[in-house]
Design a protein around this ligand. Structure first.
Ligand code: ZN
Length: 64
């Protein structure tokens, strides 16, 4: 690992870098990006598309 980042969702350290400022959590299977404006989280669909997870409304599936 070349990073000491933790996942903003589950705080796992099992995080890999996938791009510039973009990371992937292998524990909860989300992608997230870090910037001066904060953290943005995305769920990765099976077809590879990213879906924004809005932290204000909770992660998807929170009501299920
Ligand atoms: Zn995680």
């Amino acid at each position: 690992m070349d990073t000491s980042l933790t996942c903003p969702s589950c705080t796992s350290r099992n995080v890999g870098k996938v791009g510039t400022g973009q990371f992937y959590c292998w524990d909860c299977y989300i992608e997230f990006s870090m910037s001066y404006r904060g953290v943005r989280m995305y769920s990765v669909e099976r077809d590879g598309e990213l879906t924004r997870i809005d932290p204000l409304t909770g992660s998807e599936g929170a009501l299920s």
